[in-house]
Unconditional design. Structure first.
Length: 290
């Protein structure tokens, strides 16, 4: 269990703001911190990692107190078992992929974890190459493995896939989901990609006006109460075609292509590539752009 209660005065583009973040996250899941840019999401991550000191509050991770203002406890970053994955990779250019992982490993730790991560994230063929010879997606895979190599109690992913193109981002999402499922790490994710959040996260908290909302189920957050029914699924719009007074939508659901009939009002703001949620109301499909 991750228990967080943080207060911090932040200097934002709109002036000074007091941020309050109170939430609990079950161990072994992926949970998203969502909100507009500049609202303090990265500041929460920096406080969790020990890189920024809160004004008040408490951080307890799996029963261990990392920060407690009232009792003057503030573990240094190296004393917190946390993995941080950045957008800019931050790999050592003079070291091979394997050496980058070995350098991050604690001295007393079993090196078997490196081979495990290499297998799960498909790095075996890259292990002797240096970062300058890797693509952006390959560097992200190495950065992900390095963030996990110490078997952290908490993994922080700060928009790690934002700079990648869509096909590569979707491929990396699969690696993130697989490594989390196989090794059971607790992950906190910052992302603005709704499809990514729905694919990866079991919970979401929204940071708005300095206040972090209680955790919710992601699909319920991105759909209104009107979009409810006996079935509901997420899909990507592949093709939109008008046939008479209705439209035919080709939707990609996982690896399957389906077709549904939609009314003109449903497709007014839809474009190829959009993520949608399809639900039922009576016998009619409802299409909700996310």
């Amino acid at each position: 269990m991750i228990e967080i209660s943080l207060q911090k005065k932040l200097n934002t583009a709109d002036g000074n703001m007091m941020m309050q973040a109170d939430f609990e996250v079950e161990s072994g899941i992926i949970h998203t911190i969502y909100g507009a840019s500049g609202t303090g999401k990265t500041s929460i991550f920096r406080m969790l990692a020990g890189l920024l000191t809160p004004d008040a509050g408490k951080i307890v991770v799996n029963g261990q107190t990392w920060y407690d203002a009232a009792n003057k406890i503030n573990r240094k970053p190296q004393q917190r078992n946390v993995g941080f994955m950045f957008q800019d990779y931050a790999l050592f250019p003079n070291m091979s992929v394997r050496k980058n992982l070995e350098f991050a490993l604690k001295n007393e730790q079993n090196r078997v974890i490196i081979d495990q991560l290499m297998d799960i994230i498909a790095l075996n063929e890259l292990q002797h190459r240096k970062p300058e010879t890797l693509s952006g997606g390959q560097k992200q895979r190495v950065a992900l493995a390095r963030a996990l190599v110490n078997k952290p109690d908490l993994v922080l992913l700060d928009e790690p896939l934002a700079a990648l193109d869509k096909p590569m981002r979707q491929k990396l999402q699969k690696y993130v989901a697989e490594v989390q499922r196989e090794l059971g790490f607790t992950m906190l994710l910052i992302s603005h990609d709704v499809g990514e959040i729905l694919k990866l996260s079991q919970g979401i908290s929204v940071l708005e006006n300095g206040q972090l909302s209680p955790p919710r189920e992601p699909a319920s957050f991105f759909t209104s109460s009107a979009v409810s029914g006996k079935f509901q699924f997420e899909a990507e719009v592949i093709h939109i075609k008008r046939e008479g007074i209705v439209f035919i939508l080709n939707l990609l659901v996982g690896n399957r292509l389906i077709k549904i009939v939609a009314q003109p009002d449903d497709v007014e703001n839809l474009h190829v590539g959009d993520q949608v949620i399809v639900a039922s109301k009576g016998f009619n499909p409802l299409i909700y752009k996310v």
